[in-house]
Write a protein that binds this ligand. Sequence first.
Ligand code: F6R
Length: 598
Amino acid sequence: MCGIIGYIGKKEAQPILIKGLERLEYRGYDSLGICLQKNNKLHILKKKGRVEDFKRLPLLANIQGNLGIGHTRWATHGVPSQLNAHPHTDCHQNIAIVHNGIIENYQLLKNVLIKEGHKIVSQTDSEIIVHLIEKFYHGDLEEAVLKTVNLLEGTFGLAIMHKDKNNIIAVRRGSPLAIGIGRGEMFLASDVSAMLEHTRQVVYLKDNQMAVIRRNSFQIKNLDGQKAEKEIKMIKWNLDQIEKSGYKHFMEKEIFEQPETIKDLLRGKIKNNTIKLSLNIEPERIKRIIITACGTSWHAALVGKYFIEHFARIPVVVDYASEFRYRNPIINEGDLVVGISQSGETADTLEAIREAKKKGAATLGIINVVGSTISQAVDSGIFIHAGPEIGVASTKAFTAQLTSLLLFALYLAQGNNLKIEKALILELKQLPNQIKESLANHKEIKALAKQFYKSKGFFFLARGVNTPIALEGALKLKEISYIPAEGYPAGEMKHGPIALIDKDFPTLFLAPRSATLNKIISNMQEIKARKGETIIVTNDPKRLKRLSHSVVEVPLTSEWISPIINTMPVQLLAYYIADLKGCNIDKPRNLAKSVTVE
Ligand code: F6R
């Protein structure tokens, strides 16, 4: 998730690019850069940090021109730094590119380019693209770009410029790009918000299309060389809306992004029914796993325990990071300590990892932000690639953590020669579609929110691998709507909490088909007998309809996939209830996105 902007026209490009980058900053904000063309030379400025600091750089005065590209980065390969920031250039600073996406086969291509004498200076996957263009360039930039993209595996939105050419070339496969049409000027951006103040006429590039953009015209063709139609769209949104891509809140946007984030996460990780993770660990030497995390990430850890113990048969302990370091934890040979953190900056989790290392444990991080402090502290890492999460309440990072943990459990099982059902691998590949289907219930859940938003409290109950999702549902609801909510294993209710049940204290059950479905049905009866209202989320609606007026059907999956699917309705319910209550959803009171204090 990076931001791309481009301009070609009569105006000075620099302020247009910088304003565009400001609007795109939510897509990534660890480093940025611009490249402008003047007098047949490329002028580049890059910096680690935010646009705000970039604007104050005195060197900006030297960067001028009427044609340029810019980029704001969300690191995937290589830490956030000036060197890894885009634009990247070829060996002779004749060509510059900016890239959004991930090049899966970059290592292979990089090795070849280095052997051929190219000087690759960054740790990014993106830089190899510009060296490939350089390799194929003999006067025809379009041809060189076409030859290059044919070699790339993965996703890309690309903007390319040459010191001697009066055009910008854009290519799309998987990562969004749109051309903005002005009068005697053209724009290019990964998100129309970046050019909305200049034009409302845009053409969205489709996958596997390339555009050659000049000041007064542009051509689009498919990567197979066929000319493509230009479909001009008028943008009706105002600036404020479009920053959230038409969603009312970032949280809502991030909930609905989940089919895409999981698709991105899975890309390249399943080949020939085998899980591919490049980890610096030996599964056969792991005797015990300790997972440590906070808040929502801790709930992911609890699901991870079910996954790992079931598939890899390795015992797992889950610990609150804030408790772990202060209780003199016992670390034995063969222990692996896993830290889960969206931000990679949570002080409690960081300190827990440091404590584990001090005691001699091997460490692994499951992290969203590349280059974050925890990602640098661990021996090995899985990046969940969920992109920037702006809403304070974690949503898309949580399901990306769950999916990563399932992949990790299967990877460990593979390493220990344990059998993995082919059907499960097939289901994993279908996960983005299943999530989409689960989100399709949003209108129904909005109606339930209307019915229940005045409740004085809420229970979330489940059994087995879905129990942590009940805890997560309760956390989501309380943190953004301020309604007291508790999550429990359904069997625990009768040991005390059931005392709270009355007609204004509803219970949401997560009840997928499983060996314990009959047990959870008994728990539903116990609530009903005490006049408690129930909402049932299930993939077996026929069986459960008679037990509640409020049944939400989710797609039928294996029990091991169901926690990811069941997360959608609980996130949506919390979101719609908080919205009806008029709460500040993206910035709930007393909370911060990244908790860097203990
Ligand atoms: C709740 C939420 C928090 C975080 C917690 C850990 O919606 O977002 O509970 O999960 O503060 O943050 P990370 O994952 O960044 O370590």
